[in-house]
Design a protein around this ligand. Structure first.
Ligand code: 8YV
Length: 314
């Protein structure tokens, strides 16, 4: 059987590349100097795209490939894939939900603890030798008894909630729907949720609907003791408004795994003391990345075998 041609938009871990190389004629887009010419030469043969959440696939890429049948995304968030265009063209889009839920939720919890308990600052304090000179370190903030506001109660929002419950936090949430199977307090808007909680954790998926959902008003409602955690997409937060809120003391602090224009991070965040930063690495464990790669490979395999892929977006 002839191997289907698949375009790889950016590199995957070597273990996945090896499997893909075995099953497909791979075309590595990121190695091409002239993308347009590269795609034109292969336009009629490429039937699949393997991409990543950070790279996506826009309408121009799809239109350069008339034989395209499937876009398999390494990541749960498909905000960088033009879904409407894919749907209109009848192109199947798959992603990697479930397998990363625990690690992303762990990152949410870790960031919340790191921010409230000033873990990075404590680490620096010990390393710098200051501890040996001072009598007592600066006190931090307790989480037990506080309320976590979960913005977006999907798979990851729920996994974060159960972890926070183990820390004896109360849970409140805002979502497009009221979830009848949980007894968490529901708030009808992000603003009302922010006003009611101590920590606001953004667990939304990135989309036009969620863009800038955490705006100046939501940050003001969170208040001067409030903390913001973002493990979703940078697009969900008005980043300049966040910087201003951190500088003015409108909120107490923020812990961020995602940014508006990755890998660019505003200078003001890099130098702020009330901020904890991560390089969009919530799913970045050996175990989860292996599971994500395996799921991309299985989605492609099923599609080309004429079976329904296990995790289609639609
Ligand atoms: C990945 C992610 O870092 O799954 C997602 O939506 O943002 C992350 O797991 C990303 O997709 C890798 O490119």
């Amino acid at each position: 059987m002839t191997k289907p041609d698949v375009l790889l938009v950016g590199p995957y871990p070597e273990q996945d590349m090896a499997v893909l190389r075995d099953a497909y004629v791979l075309h590595n887009l990121w190695e091409a100097t002239d993308h347009r010419a590269f795609l034109a030469e292969r336009a009629d043969s490429i039937r699949g795209i393997a991409t990543r959440g950070d790279l996506g696939a826009d309408s121009a890429l799809m239109d350069a490939l008339p034989a395209l049948e499937i876009i398999a995304c390494y990541g749960v968030g498909v905000d960088k894939v033009d879904l409407e265009h894919a749907r209109a063209r009848g192109i199947c889009v798959t992603h990697t939900p479930n397998v990363l839920t625990n690690d992303v939720a762990d990152m949410g919890l870790a960031l919340m603890l790191a921010l409230a308990r000033r873990i990075p600052q404590g680490d620096a304090y010990v390393r710098s030798g200051q501890w040996r000179k001072a009598k007592m370190g600066r006190l931090t903030t307790s989480l037990a008894g506080k309320t976590l506001g979960v913005l977006g109660l999907g798979r990851i929002g729920r996994a974060v909630s159960s972890r926070a419950e183990a820390c004896q936090m109360k849970i409140a949430y805002h979502d497009l729907i009221v979830h009848e199977d949980v007894d968490y307090a529901y708030y009808a808007s992000p603003h009302e949720l922010a006003a009611a909680v101590d920590v606001l954790m953004v667990c939304l998926s990135g989309s036009a609907t969620t863009a800038q959902m955490v705006d100046k008003g939501v940050l003001a409602a969170l208040g001067s003791q409030g903390m913001l955690i973002n493990i979703s997409r940078g697009s969900t937060v008005d980043e300049p408004a966040l910087v201003e809120a951190l500088q003015s003391g409108a909120i107490a602090g923020a812990a961020l795994d995602v940014f508006a224009n990755e890998p660019q991070v505003p200078e003001a965040l890099l130098t702020a003391d009330n901020v904890v930063l991560q390089p969009h690495h919530a799913s970045g464990t050996v175990e989860t990345r292996a599971a994500m790669g395996a799921l991309v490979i299985e989605n492609l395999r099923c599609h080309f075998a004429g079976e329904r892929p296990p995790t289609p977006v639609f």
